[in-house]
Design a binder for this molecule. Structure first.
Ligand SMILES: *Cc1c(COP(=O)(O)O)cnc(C)c1O
Length: 496
């Protein structure tokens, strides 16, 4: 079955998967969605005997139908290799009554690696298939993890350049160090004085700027996106939910067909949307638990049916979830409207004009698959401390938001189904917050002293990604205002 992609704000025009990956965002400002969600038609026993790579082919080939078997297998092989420090790629670890799906074993120790290891290969393959002559410029706004993971994926990939914008005062020290030490002749990192939403809004504007597009084209460049709005990010993320379920079946934790819950620490709504797509494919998922930090715009949305970003932006210890505009939610909204692009467009127009929109009671009923809640900063820290004490399992701040919300969910509903919690970052990426949660005495230590102490108390080896940046020189130090981002891009590309 051929799957095509159309815009959440379009008029039914369809593009192939490779074209959707190349374009990133649709020209009308909408996001590409598959015309249909393909079904998982291979039996679970067969799936449970597959390697991660085999399963990735099984799932992704159903969505990316214009890629040949050879092309897709080659992308998968290049992506999920020894860059990951475990052969399972995404190990499932039981601790303190839940199953943690560890998505942080890749090059930059955050779950973004799961998709960004493969996106450069999907994108360069897509460029070849569509006879693109221009050099591809990846433009990315990051709340901390995407930027580094994207640069690690694209560094020195021929025919590409990557420019990353991050909030200068809104990421962890380790995150910043990881970014500003990035090697590769085609990588550029720019701090901005605003927050993540400012960066993301400015990037979206550049994508829709026809004049800029023309100027770039004349200079032999074209933009593409590595943000989680790119369908080439979303599809690889579906794989690990299927893998998690297959692993539970293989271990005899659940019977084939038995429903589980999935709990995801959420920011831009990409990771949890992938879980929702996995459910649409037929994976037995009961509840999709959407966990927010104090920027609880999604929690409020699930409860009231009103999405309202008009509120204070809070800097938390889970910075990759400090987001007030969850871009990928648009794909869910489109579904809730019954694939009505005009209605979806109106809601998104209202979001950009007024900062809010309200869905109808009918649409709200369709949200029954989801449960939303949030964790305060204090609760998040307590969860890290408690789970470490109870189970000797150390989790990062983002995962702890999800673990906190899982506890609230169980208390509220009494539901004790097997639950998979997406563990989205290594604790080593947020060492200071994690160690402070265990004991406030650690606050006096330096960043890398803390790294060694974390290793000592948890017994987990310091990941390669952290060892690498201990002594690495700073290679990027540009900082601009959000309004000067287009000028910064032109300067980098030498376009005037
Ligand atoms: C990006 C990120 C998230 C949020 O994922 P979304 O797909 O944006 O919802 C959560 N945790 C970590 C560590 C991340 O890097």
């Amino acid at each position: 079955m051929e799957i095509y992609y159309r815009s959440t704000r379009g008029h039914g025009e369809q593009v192939t998967a490779s074209q959707a990956i190349l374009q990133g965002l649709s020209a009308d400002g909408g996001l590409f969605v598959p015309t249909e969600i393909p079904k998982l038609d291979t039996d679970m026993k067969t799936l449970s005997e597959m390697t991660y790579q085999e399963l990735a082919y099984e799932v992704m080939s159903k969505f990316l139908t214009d890629f040949t078997e050879e092309e897709l297998k080659s992308c998968i092989e290049k992506a999920y290799d020894s860059k990951f420090d475990v052969v399972e790629i995404a190990p499932l670890v039981e601790a303190d009554g839940a199953y943690y799906l560890e998505l942080f074993h890749g090059a930059t120790i955050a779950f973004k690696d799961m998709a960004l290891s493969i996106l450069p290969h999907l994108l360069t393959t897509a460029a070849k298939k569509n006879h693109v002559k221009n050099e591809i410029v990846i433009l990315t706004a990051t709340s901390g993890d995407t930027g580094k993971a994207a640069m690690a994926g694209f560094a020195d990939v021929p025919g590409t350049k990557i420019i990353v914008f991050y909030p200068k005062y809104g990421v962890s020290p380790i995150q910043e160090k990881q970014m500003v030490t990035q090697k590769g002749n085609n990588t550029y990192v720019v701090g901005i004085t605003g927050n993540f939403d400012d960066a993301q809004t400015a990037v979206k504007k550049m994508f829709n700027d026809k004049e800029l597009e023309k100027e770039l084209d004349e200079a032999g460049f074209q933009f593409s996106s590595a943000n989680s709005i790119n369908i080439g990010r979303l599809v690889p993320q579906i794989v690990y939910y299927v893998y998690a379920y297959a692993t539970l079946v293989k271990r005899g934790v659940v019977k084939d067909g038995e429903a589980i819950n999935v709990d995801v620490p959420t920011g831009n709504f990409g990771n949890i949307l992938a879980a929702f797509y996995a459910k649409q494919m037929g994976l037995p998922i009961a509840k999709l638990i959407c966990a927010s930090n104090e920027n609880k715009v999604l929690y409020d949305f699930f409860h009231t049916g009103t999405y309202d970003r008009n509120r204070e932006f809070i800097l938390t210890s889970s910075p990759s979830m400090d987001i007030l505009i969850s871009s990928n939610l648009e794909r869910l909204i489109y579904r809730l409207t019954g694939h009505d692009a005009d209605c979806c467009s109106e809601l998104m127009k209202s979001l950009s004009a007024n900062g809010s929109y309200e869905i109808t009671p009918q649409m709200k009923e369709e949200l029954a698959d989801f449960y939303g809640n949030f964790a305060s900063e204090q609760e998040t820290a307590e969860t890290i401390g408690q789970v470490f004490k109870n189970a000797n399992y150390m989790m990062d701040t983002h995962t702890a938001v999800a673990a906190t919300v899982y506890r609230k969910y169980k208390e509220e509903t009494g539901d004790d189904k097997v639950t998979v919690i997406a563990s989205t970052a290594s604790p080593y990426k947020f060492t200071r917050s994690v160690m402070n949660a265990v004991d406030s005495k650690y606050d006096a230590m330096g960043d890398f002293e803390l790294v060694d102490e974390l290793s000592r108390i948890s017994g987990v080896k310091v990941p390669r990604a952290i060892e690498e940046i201990r002594t690495a020189p700073v290679l990027h130090d540009t900082v601009v205002d959000a309004c000067d981002m287009p000028a910064a891009v032109k300067k980098i590309l030498g376009v005037n």
